[in-house]
Design a protein around this ligand. Sequence first.
Ligand code: CA2
Length: 144
Amino acid sequence: MASLLVLNGPNLNLLGKRQPETYGTTTLADVEALCTQTAADFGLGCEFMQSNHEGALVDAIHGAKGTHDALIINAGAYTHTSIAILDAVLSVELPAVEVHLSNVHSREGFRHNSYLAKGALGVIAGFGAQSYVLAIRAMAERLK
Ligand code: CA2
């Protein structure tokens, strides 16, 4: 069975607990359950993790090689700053989709650049937790 690693970056552990006007009331545990169910619907395994630390995210991406077949990544604010995460994605040569809960392009200018996008097959943003569902669906098609 092919397997996905769904990675979440800094502050996403606060989802559903703070700033509901921006990020909604769905918790990260809800997002994990949705991802696990969606992956299973497509016959895929799913590991889900979150870290507030850039190096831990880099380590998780390295660890995915040989364990998982594809990456779904919401790198949070590191999307806009981290060449290290981009380099990690490029180094493992696994297909990756970048996801965001919010529409980063309708927000502040500093959220418009994504280093990570340069290593991603595509980017899905603005659909809340459904962004993850759409990303898993797109990846499932790619892995067929
Ligand atoms: O829209 C997204 O998914 C983001 O990746 C979320 C990041 C933000 O820096 C990106 O530009 C877009 C921020 C995640 C912060 O999550 C929180 C959730 C609840 C309360 C506070 C922060």
